[in-house]
Ligand binder design. Structure first.
Ligand SMILES: [Zn+2]
Length: 549
């Protein structure tokens, strides 16, 4: 079976997404990751449109890619001039990539009403540009922009635009759903019509028969992945998309879904030497670089993609994972997670205890007691499915295994506001560690930051390793807003060190007290882990689970 070629446009179409920008250097790093993963084509940018993309191709020439082909993107020549006179095409040639993708118009509406061009000149522009690329010994990918809308409006003309590219020996014809409004069954029937046309005329893309078709789908109806898969199912051999589906408006086809569907569900070879277990880390790497919060519910690679909450589900997956999972999470580098909540049954608690290394009595009594306690605490506003650090401490407390590393004696937080100056916050914390007491004071950007600094300073006297720990996220949510400022608040804290990420929770009517509980749990969790590692009775650092991520 012919392999499906993966064509990534994260670095070009992906950067059309709101709030997504990459420096030339970041683009190189992403390109290397895509190459390492096994993507066949990497579209680096549009050298004719901006200097940053030009710089990217300059840098890329000095980088060796293992197997991916780098692609420069641009448009057909301008009306009324020769291709060799066109600055945009000169920039494409100057970028020295082995492959060039150019887009041309398939929709007569665009030709006539947007570009004020004639239909014949548009066909000549497509033909001349592809022929020019081929005369420069380049692989030419022709992107038929708005192909499906064009076909619906004027099928004969849309097919003529493809014919013009084929006549000029294009290597691939990529049918684009640029506005993202086409439905899967329309994709299917239009591709069938294209194939009929190609067959009837005996056409071939660059001596490759049948013509090699590709798909470039946008996600405006939430169907970009479905449309891409439909196209592949109906004969397309190249799929365009972006990592995490980043792109203009609602984005492009998300390759983190397209790739496992083609590889694992359709059992088609796709991506040379591609390494599916790296999919989740690739997704994460791109979202980190784009400075975007990873979407938990993203299929295959999201944090929640294989997370189970209902007790019945959990007891079933403990016996037979595929009872509630469509595939093995490890195949895409993800992992099964069990969440703890008031929907949880004994099975969730037992699964989680094992994962977090807490020993429960074998008679089921502990887990039953913990389940009823969770239900009560969740009534008060706790939420443990997102606070695994606090949940571990809770389980230890209930089974008398909790050994607090430090005790709070007292704290005081003051906030001062001078009529002309900004607010300033100070905190004093008194703790004891074993027999010793420590009092420290610190300032901060706000009361919680001052409290964090003071506690960190006090604990730092006993545990010098603590400076590897960072607070990465702090969220406050009002639970029962109807009570106004007397409402309860829930505070989440996410912390990390060089090995792991964990989250903790606190609930109180007092925002400082809620923050204190979440902070204290976070430090207890970190220090208990350090102690376990020091005592060597427990798994080595690299085997410790990553919490919350
Ligand atoms: Zn696009």
């Amino acid at each position: 079976m012919e392999p499906v070629l993966l064509y990534d446009t994260t670095l070009r179409d992906g950067t059309q997404g709101e709030n997504i920008t990459f420096s030339a250097d970041e683009k190189i790093k992403i390109a290397l990751r895509l190459d390492d993963f096994g993507i066949d084509y990497i579209e680096g940018g549009w050298p004719g449109s901006n200097p940053k993309d030009m710089q990217f191709f300059d840098l890329a020439r000095r980088v060796e890619f293992r197997q991916a082909r780098l692609v420069a993107f641009g448009s057909t020549r301008k009306p009324g001039i020769q291709p060799q006179e066109d600055d945009n095409l000169k920039a494409l040639i100057a970028s020295k990539t082995p492959t060039v993708a150019i887009f041309g118009k398939s929709w007569d509406l665009h030709v006539r009403e947007v570009m004020n061009n004639s239909l014949d000149e548009n066909l000549a522009m497509i033909h001349d540009t592809v022929a020019f690329l081929k005369s420069n010994d380049l692989e030419a990918i022709y992107d038929a922009e708005h192909f499906f809308d064009g076909f619906k409006n004027n099928p004969d003309y849309a097919l003529k635009t493809l014919h013009a590219a084929i006549d000029a020996r294009a290597d691939f014809l990529v049918l684009c759903d640029t506005n993202g409004g086409t439905l899967p069954y329309e994709i299917e029937s239009i591709i069938a019509d294209v194939q009929k046309f190609i067959h009837a005329k005996g056409l071939a893309t660059s001596n490759h028969s049948p013509c090699r078709l590709g798909i470039h789908a946008h996600n405006d109806c939430g169907l970009a992945v479905a449309n891409s898969i439909t196209a592949v199912h109906n004969g397309a051999v190249m799929v365009h998309g972006t990592i995490n589906g980043y792109g203009e408006r609602c984005g492009n086809a998300d390759l983190t879904s397209v790739i496992p569907i083609i590889g694992l569900k359709m059992n088609r070879p796709c991506g040379s030497e591609q390494n599916l277990e790296k999919l989740k880390s690739l997704s994460r790497y791109v979202s980190e670089t784009a400075n975007q919060v990873p979407l938990n519910s993203r299929p295959f690679v999201g944090k929640s993609a294989f997370a189970h909450k209902g007790g019945i589900h959990v007891s079933a997956i403990m016996k037979v994972p595929r009872a509630y999972e469509h595939m093995e999470p490890a195949l895409v580098g993800n992992q099964r997670r069990v969440l703890i909540s008031d929907l949880a049954g004994k099975s969730n608690v037992e699964f989680k205890a094992k994962e977090l290394g807490v020993e429960l009595g074998g008679n089921g009594y502990d887990s039953k007691k913990i389940v009823s306690e969770i239900k009560q605490l969740e009534q008060q506003g706790y939420q443990f499915d997102v606070a695994e650090g606090s949940f571990k401490i809770l389980m230890e407390k209930f089974t008398d295994q909790f050994e607090p590393i430090f005790h709070l004696e007292s704290f005081r937080v003051t906030i001062e506001k001078d009529k002309d100056g900004p607010c300033s916050s100070q905190a004093t914390v008194k703790i004891s560690v074993g027999e010793k007491q420590e009092i420290t004071a610190a300032e901060g950007y706000g009361p919680v930051s001052a409290l964090d600094n003071a506690l960190r300073k006090a604990l730092g006297k006993f545990f010098p390793d603590l400076d590897t720990m960072r607070l990465v996220d702090f969220k406050v949510r009002v639970i029962d807003g109807g009570r106004g400022t007397a409402a309860k608040v829930r505070v989440f804290i996410e912390s990390r060190d060089q090995d792991q990420i964990w989250s903790t929770i606190g609930v109180s009517e007092d925002i400082i007290e809620a923050s204190w509980h979440a902070l204290a749990d976070s430090f207890q969790f970190k220090l208990a882990n350090e102690k376990q590692i020091r005592n060597r009775k427990y798994p080595a650092q690299e085997e410790l689970p990553i919490f919350g991520k």
